[in-house]
Design a protein around this ligand. Structure first.
Ligand code: SF4
Length: 64
């Protein structure tokens, strides 16, 4: 699984980082960044998907 970020949509709500802090974080400008580079490890896929679904502005999407 990979996570794709639409940075232009991110409003820095931080829900993704609250739901899945192992996968998502916020940078100094309160925009989402990924803690995992490239492919998400299998043991974090469920958390990553939950975090992506939590975004209220649909800035996060998953792909295989
Ligand atoms: S939940 Fe969405 S808007 Fe909020 S920080 Fe994460 S990606 Fe950005």
């Amino acid at each position: 699984m990979r996570i794709d970020i639409d940075t232009a949509r991110c409003e820095g709500h931080g829900l993704c980082a609250q739901v899945a802090p192992q996968v998502f974080d916020l940078d100094d400008d309160d925009l989402v960044i990924l803690r995992q580079v490239g492919q998400i490890p299998a043991d974090l896929e469920a958390a990553a998907a939950s975090g992506a679904r939590s975004c209220p502005v649909a800035a996060l999407s998953t792909s295989s």
